[in-house]
Design a protein around this ligand. Structure first.
Ligand code: SF4
Ligand code: SF4
Length: 299
């Protein structure tokens, strides 16, 4: 099962929910747990999960380089580039690496084979492990705008060849291309929001995106108790499952500031993630027998 944790708005507690769900499942679920932090502009799940990083791989995109001994300045490369990353001016061809998306269109269409591709590093991918959780994250170099190809590279680690395995994806905030790349292929998306007008506004945008992508979703309200009832009323009106509420609690904020997941607070919060997991099981096809369910039935 691939579960993505998203939020229309930054700072709603998305990573807190994602990492705590992973830790809950690591104890309660029999299958393997994979954690992918796809918030490549600002990955921070490693602060909470503290994985031992075992491998780091540079990630780059192919950037054109012109061989001027072959170029006749025909201008075709400039015409095909949708991003104005290559421009032909008089007897010169200018390449702007920061604008290049590495699509390869210019080299493919150059009639004189005058373009070769050179890799330009835009970030890196790290692989690690925390207890039995397999951990992966990507990190864009500072100032690099090209998040989507790096997210795609992190998602290549998804194996999902065993129906008992759970892949948790920490999605970047917002509703733009990186979010779509991160949630694509998910069996379910948990939308984490806060009960404020800002939270509701961005939640609606995120819901619109998921509906277009036809990905089932439900809502978790973080910091419940502050703000207003707008999110709850909206979910009720739209018949959107409100999976769980995490109360506004100073202790959680203190733990967060030390990089400690809320699950360390014991059963009070563990039960919230139990409820979230039960909801996911109900939504997934085929019953999955887990230690959690067995334990619950014995309580
Ligand atoms: S398409 Fe090739 S030959 Fe034409 S201007 Fe560009 S690099 Fe030169
Ligand atoms: S690789 Fe694609 S984006 Fe980059 S310069 Fe060539 S056509 Fe433009």
């Amino acid at each position: 099962m691939i579960v993505s944790i998203a939020s229309g708005k930054g700072g709603t507690g998305k990573t807190t929910v994602a990492t705590s769900l992973a830790l809950y499942l690591e104890e309660a679920h029999e299958g393997r747990i994979y954690f992918l932090d796809c918030d490549v502009e600002e990955p921070n799940a490693h602060i909470f999960l503290k994985p031992q990083i075992v491998k780091r791989t540079s990630f780059g995109i192919p950037i054109p380089e012109v061989d001027f001994t072959k170029c006749n300045y025909c201008g075709k490369c400039g015409e095909v580039c949708a991003y104005n990353a290559i421009i032909v001016v008089k007897e010169n061809v200018l390449v702007f690496p920061e604008l290049c998306h590495g699509c390869g269109g210019c080299s493919l269409l150059c009639p004189n084979n005058a373009i070769i591709e050179k890799e330009r590093e835009i970030g890196f991918v790290e692989e690690g492990v925390y207890r039995s959780i397999e951990f992966y994250h990507g990190k864009l170099n500072i100032g690099e705008p090209m998040a989507t190809p790096l997210i795609r590279s992190v998602k290549e680690f998804i194996k999902n060849d065993n129906e008992n395995d759970v892949v948790i994806i920490d999605v970047p905030p917002g509703t733009s291309c990186p979010v779509i790349e991160a949630v694509k292929g998910s069996d379910f998306t948990i939308l984490v929001t806060e009960p404020t007008p800002f939270g509701l506004n961005d939640l609606k945008l995120a819901i619109e995106t998921l509906r277009k992508l036809k990905i089932p979703f439900g809502v978790v309200i973080n910091r419940a108790g502050i703000g207003d009832k707008g999110v709850t009323e909206f979910c009720n009106e739209e018949k959107i499952p409100l999976i769980a509420e995490i109360p506004y609690d100073r202790k959680i904020a203190v733990l967060y500031s030390y990089g400690v997941p809320m699950l360390k607070e014991g059963n009070k919060y563990r039960n919230i993630f139990k409820r979230i997991w039960e909801h996911l099981i109900k939504k997934s096809t085929g019953a999955q027998v887990t230690r959690a369910q067995e334990n619950d039935s014995m309580q």
